[in-house]
Design a protein around this ligand. Structure first.
Ligand code: AMP
Length: 268
């Protein structure tokens, strides 16, 4: 690893509304290509073309960068978004989240977790026992940053995902983000579905369950999406957790298994 890596962050807005964002951690030689890719993504986003694009680059000394591993990917196939949300609730409960906190988080994401029923720019923090929301700003939430895959890990992952038809940027970025979230002290689980109206899949991730992709978690055309991180407050101080998620650099150099699809039986 060179002495310095760079945290590259992109955030795009249209008519004052957040439409897309991305986080990378890269060598200086790769910055230009990655910055162009992110600008193109912002200009061609299904939620609308960006009017304002913010790019920020911050140096990160390599000695501060921890290395990590991706969780195993399990691929659950359901017949409807209702069935998908039921499965998400069951997985959250299996990860140690109380039923009421799981249901409340699902309902809040479905209604748009930011004020006015919009999507947040970052994630909710949720008390895993009570379901109480803990993030300081309900529009911004917590934005996980400074994480990426090493080039070799990205190549191996894309190869492995390709065998299952899952080699797209949604899956790669979500797996990378989830790897950092579930490695955080005090985080029991994460729930996510996209705010991209064309992308219906989402996931539940936890240290024990790995990354549980669910192919259908929202109706077609739905722009309300988001993330919820479920916290055991007895294990961690909130300020420390937020600064770890937002600031601690993590480069993932080991990938996990990608399992074949599992078909969910039952009501649609
Ligand atoms: P996406 O998976 O990019 O469609 O994002 C879905 C939702 O996850 C967004 O609406 C945000 O609420 C949230 N989100 C996106 N990126 C991050 C991040 N880096 N950290 C925390 N939450 C995020």
């Amino acid at each position: 690893m060179p002495n310095i890596l760079n945290s590259l962050r992109m955030r795009a807005e249209c008519e004052g509304k957040h439409i897309s964002g991305a986080e990378r951690l890269l060598e200086t030689a790769d910055l230009g290509t990655a910055a162009v890719e992110l600008i193109e993504r912002a200009l061609n986003h299904p939620r609308g073309a960006a009017e304002k694009i913010y790019l920020q680059v911050d140096p990160v000394p390599a000695r501060q960068v921890a290395t990590g591993t991706l969780p195993d990917l399990h691929n659950h196939q359901v017949g409807s978004w209702q069935q998908g949300r039921k499965l998400a609730q069951q997985l959250l409960e299996a990860a140690g989240i109380s039923r009421s906190a799981a249901i409340k988080a699902l309902q809040t994401l479905a209604a748009g977790a930011a004020p006015g029923g919009n999507s947040m720019r970052g994630a909710m923090l949720i008390d895993a026992a009570s379901g109480e929301r803990l993030e300081a700003d309900q529009a911004r939430g917590v934005r996980v940053s400074r994480m990426d895959l090493s080039c070799a890990a990205r190549d191996r992952l894309l190869q492995r995902l390709k065998e299952h038809g899952l080699n797209n940027s949604h899956v790669v970025e979500a797996l990378t983000l989830a790897a950092k979230v579930i490695a955080a002290p005090g985080v029991l689980a994460e729930l996510c579905w996209s705010d991209d109206p064309d992308y219906l899949a989402g996931y539940v991730a936890s240290p024990q369950l790995g990354y549980r992709r669910i192919n259908h978690l929202k109706p077609v055309g739905e722009e309300r999406g988001g993330r919820a991180f479920f916290i055991d407050r007895s294990q961690v101080e909130l300020g420390e957790l937020v600064s770890w998620l937002e600031q601690a650099p993590l480069l993932i150099d080991q990938i996990g298994a990608v399992h074949p699809p599992q078909f969910c039986q039952g009501e649609r």
